[in-house]
Design a protein around this ligand. Structure first.
Ligand code: AMP
Length: 398
């Protein structure tokens, strides 16, 4: 496992230092700019609290959504700062830019233990371009840089990568926790190691399947992506969602990893995409003409349960059906209950925005060994790719 420089390093002097903390507080906002889910703020708290306790001057950085290099009023950090203030029990002042003389003056006036939040980094196009001069302007604001934004660490952006050319750099507590949980599962999994993959598209998960097939004992596949596999076996999938241009790859994967990949044996078929649709549980190869498969069926839940019950390491990414519609949430909820019940006996890791929403819907939040805040970042790690935000923390200091 890569050793990251840690903010817990006892030789690191934090008191009175200006610490720039890149967080992943990319919270969902509604049309009025209100925060609709504060998970990503909650996850940022341990590092912030650690630094407050050590009397650092804390300057938080984040992006919100995709403003595309210009100011978008509804994507300002103001409401995030207010929410964070409430959760932290301490005022967090939002600044109205992330670089420049006004920002520098505001930081100069800070006292130890105080916290400010810089304006949305993506209001500047240079952020996503990993522009080194912009990174230098950010770095100039502080004494030390801390990356705590695991969910953005697959992005080679200025506040994630180039900034480490200019300032001493460390990993925050969330980043450390995420990397440890995910890499330990991949590098030294207790066996049996079972992976559950669902979600909309097989194209997002081809690299993950290829990499994990070398490491895992079984990969259980559900979600809409199962239909691309069924199609490759010659089944009529009716109106189910599948990717015609990935059928050949699905066929290759099944041929190459036939002892590892486990497909559902039955599905909940519906005559249309609606909660009040006519439904029938059918064998995977028997979807009625014009109908669509929207969940895995009860026999598949049993099959997956038998594969999972003795597992010692479990990684799950992607819902197994259209869990947003109650009628098609049973498969996902059953597997969520099963995996959460195994926590303790097995090291259970879940991730991906939809998987976390499904788990919340099932009332099982907090019942897994690790819930990753990173969707794309988690998948890239599972694919075996290096994350630019992490690579930037392991290069030798200049
Ligand atoms: P992803 O973003 O790839 O994790 O995909 C999540 C989405 O996949 C969710 O919105 C689910 O509703 C959807 N999904 C899962 N199973 C199916 C299915 N059988 N048919 C259509 N969509 C599905």
């Amino acid at each position: 496992m890569v050793k990251l420089p840690s903010i817990k390093d006892k030789d690191l002097e934090l008191s009175g230092k200006v610490v720039l903390v890149r967080t992943g507080m990319d919270v969902p906002l509604d049309a009025n700019g209100s925060v609709t889910d504060d998970t990503r703020i909650m996850e940022a708290l341990p590092t912030i609290e650690y630094l407050v306790k050590r009397e650092a001057k804390i300057v938080l950085l984040t992006h919100i959504n995709r403003p595309g290099g210009k100011v978008v009023e509804s994507q300002r950090v103001t409401t995030t700062a207010a929410k964070l203030s409430g959760l932290l029990g301490k005022e967090v002042e939002p600044l109205n830019d992330c670089i420049g003389s006004d920002v520098e003056a505001a930081i100069k006036a800070m006292k130890p233990g105080e916290v400010v939040l810089l304006e949305n980094l993506r209001f500047h196009g240079e952020e996503e371009a990993n522009d080194d001069a912009f990174a230098g302007q950010l770095a100039k604001l502080g004494d030390i840089y801390v990356n705590d934004a695991f969910s953005n660490s697959h992005r080679s952006h200025a506040s994630m990568a180039a900034i480490t050319n200019h300032i001493p750099f460390y990993a925050g507590l969330l980043l450390e926790k995420e990397i440890k949980a995910l890499t330990s599962s991949l590098e030294k999994p207790k066996r049996p190691f079972v992976v559950v993959l669902g979600g909309a598209k097989v194209s997002d998960k081809i690299g993950v399947i290829r990499n994990l097939a070398q490491k895992a004992d079984k990969i259980l596949v559900g979600g809409a992506m199962m239909f691309t596999f069924f199609k490759s076996r010659g089944f009529d999938v009716g109106a189910s969602k599948f990717e015609p241009d990935k059928v050949a790859i699905a066929d290759d994967l099944l041929n190459e990893f036939d002892t590892k990949l486990v497909l559902p044996v039955d599905v909940v078929a519906a005559d249309r995409f609606a909660n009040d649709a006519k439904t029938e549980i059918v064998a995977a190869s028997e979807i009625p003409k014009g109908w669509m498969g929207l969940d895995i069926g009860p026999e598949s839940v049993k099959l997956f349960s038998s594969e999972l019950s003795g597992a010692r390491t479990i990684i799950w990414n992607g819902p197994l059906g259209v869990f947003e519609l109650d009628r098609f949430a049973d498969g996902t909820i059953a597997i969520a209950k099963l995996i959460s019940g195994l926590t303790g006996m097995a090291f259970t890791v879940i991730g991906g925005g939809d998987t976390l929403s499904a788990v919340e819907k099932a009332g099982l939040k907090g019942k897994f060994s690790h819930a990753s805040t990173g969707g794309g970042a988690m998948l890239e790690l599972l694919e075996g790719k290096e994350l630019p935000g992490v690579v930037a923390l392991v290069k030798p200091e200049a």
